[in-house]
Design a protein around this ligand. Structure first.
Ligand code: GLA
Length: 730
């Protein structure tokens, strides 16, 4: 709910448990932030003091009404550069005359039910009952620049989203050199910063640091959201637990370069910002043109990290992911990548499909290596015609044969890329992003196509469409296996080269939009060298994303914990693979691999024709577990019960159905501990009056007992062991 107090000129945005308050400054017409946190009553005329902006002068010499002293502290809703605010700015502009001063004052606002789409960008949505939007217009009358700040508030989750539109109403072009999507000012209470760090095969591990004076944060300059840092940060209570302590979470609905930072100032106030990374960003705004930022999400929880997680999950499940598969059980797939790498042919794939069908698997996904002369990863990206040496009779024959076995068929493509050794590159070397006269750096022996050029974009779309129409293809794994470098577009003039990073992301979004509208029945799984583009931007187009190339069950505990910190379990691509695991060489029980993969979309990635009889025998059991528990896992509320990253020995999580009738607890004993008693796990989020039965032992437990005394975990001997415990309300 959004209210405006006309007398006090204060806005109040309420979600079920939070309030966000800001207002218009009387002296200068600036938009000033007052409060964000636990929900408070409607006495908003009183809220101004929280900002400390109107404190009296401490010493005669320190005049807070002096403009520069005011600017040096004012908690702006959207700060600007060049006028005496020395902190980091939400917006920086360069004018044709080289000056940068920008000063925004309130003009007007409107409040409406629902939410308008962000053209060309992924964004949250909702109907008139579930979301309300405030748009505040600010203007610099001297340089004739208008900024519209949009805030949307959701009735069913504690999230607020923000974005900004910059409009040049002057007569000459201006350049945007920095533009954030959201900023937040808050008093530091000895807070920590939580971010997600990673690398290839090691994505999204949580990392805490104490917020100190100056800048801290994370960013990507790689042209994608990246393995290394994630477009997320949370400002947290230093004694944070899953159920206690304050958390301010930020997430960016964008798949390119980002910055997420917290700047602690001399007055002990934090300025948090999230937006497009200003690195190599310079956007020319012609007279009359406008620029829309991507959307950022903010959430506040007074009740620990778990509540933050569930707010994000609810937002993304109800207001971001559009796919018709979101609420459906996805077909259990078997992917041939770790089974064969590039070494396969029709017969090999059919032998996998035959065994898979017999064991209850529902879809075969043919990964990299089926096109051009792609016998290894040094060539052929861009040549999207089937390799008839490997697949005689082409895709149609293979897919029909797979369908005859009762399996669906899925395919891998990497549409954004080109190999220098490809027919496409030989015909159009200038279609790749590279700088004329400078040999480009290769990564996995490939270059990125300049999708910002209309002819390249059209050709790429045509390639995708032709493949998908050539056979009964029901699933697409869309990969992206290198980052951008050697930035130059032959399609842009010199003064627009600073737009390439962002224009590239917009072009990818346009391709994906075309894909989902042209093939509405296609199940899409995005991917980027594992999980380098696992972000809310891509979730707008695909209901699931490949989480990591590391399929080891133990590595996956931390990767999936970090990913599920923000994203619903139903979005995490997770497969049972062979051992020794290809990424780390670890050997874990087949059963544990299954339990960990059940926390995601579930599937297999191994040569089913070669695994042991014992492992094979477990597949029908796992398939049955998937069918039994997937509705619960996909739609339920997720609670982290124990973190391997914190305790070094075990990991556990639970999912509770929305109607609270069912609970599934997964416990993984990573390292056994000598000479100790059995463990108990305290469950969370239950109604203490309810009673639950352990479906296996038949034993009844009060929900209060489960939460305060804990659920007993059967002891097991050995490492890497796991247990599923299914509880039903009595
Ligand atoms: C990436 C993906 C893998 C696989 C390979 C194929 O690394 O993450 O799953 O598809 O590409 O080259």
């Amino acid at each position: 709910m959004i209210t405006y107090n006309d007398a006090e000129r204060i806005f109040k945005l309420d979600t079920p448990h939070t309030s966000y308050i800001f207002g218009i400054d009387d002296d200068f017409g600036y938009l000033i932030h007052y409060y964000y946190g636990h929900k408070i009553r409607n006495d908003i005329d009183n809220a101004r003091y929280v900002s400390r902006l109107y404190d009296g002068d401490i010493l005669p010499g320190v005049n807070t009404k002096d403009k520069n002293s005011f600017l040096d502290f004012a908690p702006f809703e959207y700060s600007t550069g060049g006028i005496g605010d020395y902190r980091s700015h939400a917006l920086e502009i360069e004018l044709a005359d080289g000056t940068t001063a920008t000063e925004l004052q309130y003009v007007n606002h409107k409040i409406y039910k629902g939410k308008n789409p962000l053209e060309g960008l992924p964004a949250t949505f909702g109907d008139e009952k579930s979301v309300e939007t405030l748009e505040v217009t600010l203007r610099d009358p001297i340089i004739k620049l208008t900024v519209i700040l949009s805030y949307s508030v959701f009735a069913d989750t504690d999230c607020i989203t923000r974005s900004a539109r910059i409009i040049n109403d002057g007569a000459s072009p201006v350049f945007i050199t920095r533009v954030m999507s959201t900023t937040l000012n808050l008093e530091n209470k000895d807070y920590n910063l939580l971010t997600l760090h990673g690398s290839w095969a090691r994505e999204r591990h949580k990392e805490f640091r104490k917020i100190a004076h100056g800048f801290q944060g994370v960013s990507s300059r790689r042209g994608e959201s990246s393995h290394q840092e994630h477009p997320f940060m949370a400002i947290t209570d230093k004694n944070l637990t899953e159920t206690q302590g304050e958390v301010y979470g930020f997430n960016f609905i964008y798949s390119g370069n980002f910055v997420a930072q917290a700047d602690l100032d001399q007055f002990n106030f934090i300025h948090a910002e999230m937006g497009i990374n200003p690195y190599n960003f310079k956007w020319k705004l012609e007279a009359g043109d406008s620029f829309a930022t991507p959307e950022a999400v903010m959430t506040y929880s007074a009740e620990g990290l778990g509540a933050m997680t569930r707010s994000f999950h609810n937002l993304y499940r109800n207001h971001l992911i559009r796919s018709k598969f979101l609420h459906k059980k996805r077909p259990i797939l078997i992917n041939n990548w770790e089974a064969t790498y590039f070494n396969f042919d029709t017969e090999k794939l059919l032998s996998i499909a035959r065994d898979a069908a017999a064991l209850g698997i529902e879809m075969l996904v043919m990964d990299d290596g089926w096109f051009g002369n792609r016998y290894d990863d040094n060539r052929a990206l861009g040549d999207w015609t089937v390799n008839e040496e490997k697949l005689p009779g082409g895709l149609k024959y293979l897919v029909d044969e797979v369908n005859k076995l009762g399996l669906k068929f899925g395919i891998w493509m990497e549409p954004e890329m080109v190999s220098p050794d490809s027919d496409l590159y030989r015909a159009h070397p200038d279609w790749a992003i590279q700088i004329p006269g400078r040999a480009p750096g290769l990564s996995r022996n490939q270059l990125v196509l300049d999708l910002t050029r209309p002819e390249v974009w059209e050709h790429t779309w045509h390639s995708i469409e032709t493949v998908l129409k050539s056979a009964n293809i029901e699933y697409l794994k869309w990969d992206m296996n290198r980052q951008l470098a050697d930035l130059y577009s032959a399609g842009l003039p010199a003064d627009r080269q600073g737009e390439l990073y962002h224009r590239y992301v917009l072009a990818v979004y346009r391709l994906q939009e075309k894909l989902v509208t042209t093939f509405p029945d296609l199940l899409i799984e995005n991917c980027s060298g594992g999980g380098a583009r696992f972000d809310p931007g891509m979730l707008y187009y695909s209901p699931q994303i490949w989480t990591s190339d590391d399929t080891d069950a133990i590595e996956r505990l931390s990767i999936q914990e970090g990913t599920a910190l923000i994203y619903p379990l139903s979005t995490m691509g997770a497969h049972v693979s062979d051992c020794p695991n290809h990424a780390v060489g670890r050997v874990t029980p087949f059963k544990t691999r299954g339990h960990v993969a059940l926390a995601g979309t579930f599937g297999y990635e191994l040569d089913i024709t070669k695994i042991s009889v014992e492992d094979r025998a477990q597949i029908p059991i796992q398939v049955a577990q998937y069918h039994k528990y997937n509705d619960l896992v996909r739609e339920g509320d997720y609670y982290r019960l124990a973190s391997l990253a914190d305790n070094g020995e075990y990991d556990a999580w639970m999912v509770k159905s929305q109607d609270e009738r069912e609970i599934l607890v997964t416990f993984v004993q990573v390292l056994n501990h000598p000479n100790f008693k059995s463990r108990t796990l305290c469950l969370q989020g239950l109604d203490p009056q309810k009673t639950y039965r352990d479906c296996e032992s038949g034993r009844n437990y009060g929900a209060d007992t489960l939460m305060y005394a804990g659920l007993p975990i059967p002891r097991s001997w050995g490492d890497f062991k796991s247990t599923l415990i299914h509880l039903e309300e009595v």
